[in-house]
Design a protein around this ligand. Sequence first.
Ligand SMILES: *[C@@H]1O[C@H](CO)[C@@H](O)[C@H](O)[C@H]1NC(C)=O
Ligand SMILES: *[C@@H]1O[C@H](CO)[C@@H](O)[C@H](O)[C@H]1NC(C)=O
Ligand SMILES: *[C@@H]1O[C@H](CO)[C@@H](O)[C@H](O)[C@H]1NC(C)=O
Ligand SMILES: *[C@@H]1O[C@H](CO)[C@@H](O)[C@H](O)[C@H]1NC(C)=O
Length: 555
Amino acid sequence: MTHSLFPIHLLIPLIIIISTTFTIPSPAIAAGGQWQLLQNNIGIVAMHMQLLHNDRVIIFDRTDFGFSNLSLPNGRCRVNPQEQAVKNDCTAHSLEYDVFSNTFRPLFIQTNIWCSSGSVNPNGTLIQTGGFNDGDRSVRTFNPCPNCDWQEFNASLSARRWYATNHKLPDGRQIIIGGRRQFNYEFYPKKDATAKNTYSLPFLVQTNDASAENNLYPFVFLNVDGNLFIFANNRAILFDYNSNKVVKTYPTIPGGDPRSYPSSGSAALLPLRNLQNPLVEAEVMICGGAPKGSYEKTLQGSFIGALNTCGRLKITDPNPSWVMETMPGGRVMSDMILLPNGDVLLINGAAVGSAGWESGRNPVLNPFLYKPNSLVGSRFQLQKPSDIPRMYHSTAVLLRDGRVLVAGSNPHVNYNFTRLFPTELRLEAFSPSYLELGFNDVRPIMVFPAPQSQTKLKYAQKLKVRFQVKATLMKNMVSVTMYAPSFNTHSFSMNQRLLVLDELSSSKNVVGESTSTYQVEVAIPNSPILAPPGYYLLFVVHQEVPSQGVWVQLL
Ligand SMILES: *[C@@H]1O[C@H](CO)[C@@H](O)[C@H](O)[C@H]1NC(C)=O
Ligand SMILES: *[C@@H]1O[C@H](CO)[C@@H](O)[C@H](O)[C@H]1NC(C)=O
Ligand SMILES: *[C@@H]1O[C@H](CO)[C@@H](O)[C@H](O)[C@H]1NC(C)=O
Ligand SMILES: *[C@@H]1O[C@H](CO)[C@@H](O)[C@H](O)[C@H]1NC(C)=O
C-alpha cells in the first residue's frame, strides 16, 4: 500500500479484496497512518498548544506543579512567596517548539496558566486568557518573533476564567465564555471603556450539573449567520452575543449524556463549503464523552465505558435534529482535528472513565479517521495505534505539512513519573495516510501563493492558485481549503475552522509553463463571519491528498 500509485478511492476495493482473500481482520488491514516520535523529553506537559504562523507551536502546562524538566535560561527564576509547590522555580512551564527544525526553547511565565484558553488575533499574536489563582484574571500575549517571550498583563479580565472557552469574533476581538463558577462571558479587548465588564449567560447555570458541572470548556463555534453556537453538557443554543439573546434552543443530544468537561467528548464544525451561497450550511459534530455520573463514579474507583456515539447537527436548519452515528469504540478526552482534505481525525483519549486526575483508564491508542461525506456505515476508519497513552491533559494540533502534533498527558504534581499513567513529556506526530510516499505523484505542490510569502488576502477577492502535480490531474478532484489553526486544550480545538473555497474556474494548465503546472481560481470568503480575520493555512487538495499548507493573512 505504501508504494501504490492508486488514489485513495481506488485503494478501498483493493483493501476489501485483500481482507476477504486472506481473512485478515479488517481493522488491522485498514490501519492507516504512521507515528513518529519527535522528542523523548520536552520537559513540560503539553496541556495547551497553539500553532503560530512562523511554524512554531506554543506549549504550556501550569506553574504550581513543582519543577519541570526544562531549565529556564540565564539563571532566570520564578519567585513567588505565595506559591504552594515551590517558591523559587528556575524551570520553565512553557516552551516554543520549532516544527521544521524539531527543536524547542523554554519560555517564561510568572502567573498560573493552568486550564486556560486563548485565540490568535488578526496580526498573529497569541492572546491567552485566564488560568488559576494568581493567573485567573491575567492576559498574556505572545508575539511570534525570534527570541520573543510572553508578556503578561495582570488583572486584565473582568472575571476569573478557569476552564473557559474563547472564540475569535468577526471584528478580530475574542469572546471568553464561562469558566468554573462563571455563568457569564466577556470580550477581550472590551469594545470601549464604557462597555460592560461581563454579560450573564443563564444557559451555563442551566447546564451546570450539581456534582460534576459537565459544562466547562463549552464547545463554541461562530455560525455562518454571525451568532455563536454554544454547546454545554448535553445541549446547545444559538446565541446572539451582541444583544445577549438566545436565538434558538437546539434539541438535547439523543441519550442525554453530557459531552463537555469533565465528561469531555469533543466537537468540530464540519468543513464549510458553498460559501458564496447566501444559504450556506453549517454542521457541528460532537463525538464521545462520558455517561452522566461517570466522573463521580471514578472517585469511588469505578470506571464505566465512555460514549461511543457521535451526533451531527445542521445548526443552520430551521428545524434541526441530531443524526447519530456509532464510532468503532467509546472515547473520552479525544481531540477532533480537521484535516486539510476535510476528513476529521479523532485522536487521544481513553475508553473508560472521564476527564480529571486519575479518572481515565484503557487508553485508546488508535485514532479514528472520519470521512464526513462517505456512506453511513463506512465513514470511520481505524488508524494505526501509537504506543503512548494520551490521557487527561493531552493535546493535538494540525501542522502546516499535514501531520498532527500530539503531546501531553497526566501532568501530576511534582511531574510524577511513577503513577499509573505517568507525567508524559514525549512529543510525537501522527502522519495521516495521505502523507505516504505512494501519493507523491498525485500530491499537489503549491506554487502560488508562494510558500514563504505570507500573502495578504482581502475579503471577496478572487485568488488564482497555482500548483504542480506530477500525475495526470483529475480536475474534478481538486479543491482549495483554508484552515484556521486552533488553541487546543482539554479535548477542544477553539477557533478550528476549515473552509472549502468556491471554484470560479476549474483547474487548467498554465500556458507557457510545464505541463504539470495548473491554475485554479477560487473565491476568498466575502465576510469575516465566515472567516474571522487572521492567519490561515491554504492547501490545494487533489484526490484527497493535500499539498503542504501555505500561510496567508486574511484582513
Ligand atoms: C530532567 O530529568 C532528568 C532525568 O530524570 C534529570 O537527570 C535532569 O536533571 C532533569 N532536568 C531538569 C532541568 O530538571
Ligand atoms: C499585534 O497585536 C499585539 C497585541 O495587540 C501587539 O502587541 C503587537 O505589537 C501587534 N503586532 C503587530 C506586528 O502589529
Ligand atoms: C502580576 O502578578 C504576579 C503574581 O501576583 C506578580 O508576581 C507580578 O509582579 C505582577 N506583575 C505586575 C506587572 O504587576
Ligand atoms: C508519585 O506518586 C506516588 C504514588 O502516589 C507517590 O508514592 C510518590 O511519593 C510520588 N512522587 C512524587 C515525587 O511526588
